[in-house]
Ligand binder design. Structure first.
Ligand code: NAD
Length: 477
């Protein structure tokens, strides 16, 4: 008997969790449940992470967590429990299958059957944000090579294990050449190890449009955290309903399973919500822990229920559906059909195919040279020539001002007067002779900038790796 930690969450959470647990119990799965409290009540009791240390202990002991959606209270100071759980437990892969069930669930996309594999730990979701000037705030987008390697390898392994033919990578590397560029580069590198799988890369904007228009051309999509978050809601909705899709969050040791939708507070307590998203998460969970027979039995009974036209309000269509039911009645209809198979929709056969990645091997360090520094300043002036003139006159240093940019756009030397400027300026200093500089010279430039009466808010070192500049140029430079 395997113990699963469960949290009933907020809003529609308790109703869809009760329905899901009832179905799991009726299926004969060899599991029992240990309930913990997370979410709104815990937040409002003063715990800003929404989860107590005893609850953490339960998850870490049982290693498998089935979680209903929770409500993060509005207002500052509350940390997203979902993001915290994924990151604290190292749940690096978020797997979101999105499939249409035509003709039983209305959709414009009859043949859609794709899986979005979303990086789950880094990107803008590191949540490292700062206000730097009166006018400018920043959020750091951190992308790591181990992070890219793990998720991309996972996507290819998933495709191999589940007989999927193609893996598509979505990035915006035409703009973010370092961060998205690394993701794309790692995709190309690791793809070579999977010659039997077709590979392609799309720029995310047109890729997303293509996915919304003709999702049937995609199979497995691997992408960064933020893009994956947005795309998977779109994919689930166009497949039929956000209420239908589940998600697995997979780590080396622990895993968490959930619906992709939120706590839908407006629908709470009315016995109307569709429990299918959480149930799909639970089916992935059962398969993941080796309860394959139960997973298969529930999935086939669920398909039969959908096929029999027994639908919750979100997928109910006059003329197509047979009966509009509430959450609890929908669960009972599935339980009645345990052991039955769908007649028109394809019956599923699961195999327990655990994915184990080879551990990340740290690469040899590349030669790294310090080539200069970007000194960021908070300055209320309007004409960049003023700071340009001040800073280019610096003496007693081997470094010289080479560029000033505002929000990434070069404004000095030879900026355009039409460019709108905020109070956040990046002043780039490099060695006069173009050679390497010493770390102390960076500090010296920072001090001299302050001595010139300017408000230094941060610096970023400029490095060459392997002899190549590993920093972006100013736009227009
Ligand atoms: P939501 O997904 O909760 O609901 C949006 C709408 O989708 C609902 O009004 C409803 O019409 C429909 N819907 C969603 N799930 C449904 C279901 N199972 N059955 C039928 N209809 C369903 O999104 P929201 O309103 O933006 O967010 C509400 C709260 O949920 C917020 O506090 C948010 O932070 C939280 N949230 C939690 C999670 C999570 O815990 N994993 C994820 C997303 C949002």
């Amino acid at each position: 008997m395997r113990t699963i930690t469960v949290a009933k969450g907020d809003g529609i959470g308790p109703e869809i969790m009760d329905a899901t647990l009832k179905i799991i119990k009726a299926s004969g799965a060899h599991v029992d449940f240990e309930e913990i409290e997370v979410g709104e009540k815990v937040y409002l009791a003063g715990n800003t992470s929404g989860i107590s240390s005893e609850s953490w202990n339960s998850i870490r002991k049982n290693k498998v967590f089935l979680k209903a959606p929770i409500t993060t209270p509005q207002g500052g100071g509350y940390k997203s429990l979902n993001v915290t759980t994924r990151k604290m437990l190292g749940l690096y892969a978020n797997v979101r299958p999105c499939k249409s069930y035509y003709p039983f669930v209305s959709t414009k996309h009859q043949e859609m059957d794709l899986v979005i594999i979303r990086e789950n730990e880094e990107d803008l979701y590191a949540g490292i944000e700062h206000q730097q000037t009166d006018e400018v705030v920043q959020c750091l987008k951190l992308i790591s090579r181990p992070g890219c390697e793990k998720i991309i390898r996972y996507a290819f392994e998933y495709a191999r294990q589940y007989g999927r033919k193609k893996v598509t990578c979505f990035t915006k590397d035409n703009i973010m050449k370092q961060t998205d560029g690394l993701f794309h580069q790692v995709f190309d590198e690791i793809g070579l190890e999977y010659p039997e799988i077709e590979k392609e890369h799309w720029i995310i904007d047109i890729g997303a449009a293509k996915m919304a228009d003709t999702p049937e051309v995609f199979d497995v999509i691997v992408t960064l955290n933020l893009y994956g978050d947005v795309l998977s809601d779109v994919a689930a909705q166009i497949a039929g309903s956000v209420g239908l899709a589940g998600s697995a969050n997979i780590g080396e040791e622990c895993s968490m399973f959930e619906a992709i939708h939120g706590s839908a507070p407006r629908r709470a307590g009315q016995n109307v919500a569709n429990p299918s998203g959480l149930l799909q998460g639970a089916i992935m969970m059962l398969n993941h822990i080796g309860e394959t027979a139960a997973a298969e039995k529930i999935q086939n009974a669920w398909l039969k229920t959908i096929e029999d036209g027994i639908h919750t309000y979100d997928i109910y269509k006059e003329g197509k559906s047979r009966q509009k039911v509430g959450t609890a009645e929908f669960a009972d209809a599935i339980i009645e059909r345990l052991g039955q198979k769908p007649q028109q929709l394809r019956e599923v056969r699961f195999e327990n195919k655990p994915i184990h990645l080879k551990p990340y091997a740290r690469k040899e360090s590349q030669p790294k040279e310090l080539m200069g520094v970007d000194v960021f300043i908070h300055w209320k002036g309007l004409d960049p020539n003023e700071i340009g003139e001040k800073l280019s006159k610096m003496t007693g240093t081997n470094l010289q001002l080479s560029m000033i940019s505002n929000r990434g756009i070069k404004v000095w030397p030879e900026g355009m007067k039409e460019t709108f400027c905020t109070d956040h300026w990046r002043c780039r200093f490099k060695a006069k002779n173009g050679n390497q500089v010493q770390p102390k010279e960076v500090l010296d430039v920072m001090m001299k900038t302050m001595d010139a009466g300017l408000d230094v808010i941060k610096t970023e070192n400029l490095y060459n790796f392997n002899g190549k500049a590993a920093y972006s140029l100013g736009q227009g430079q």
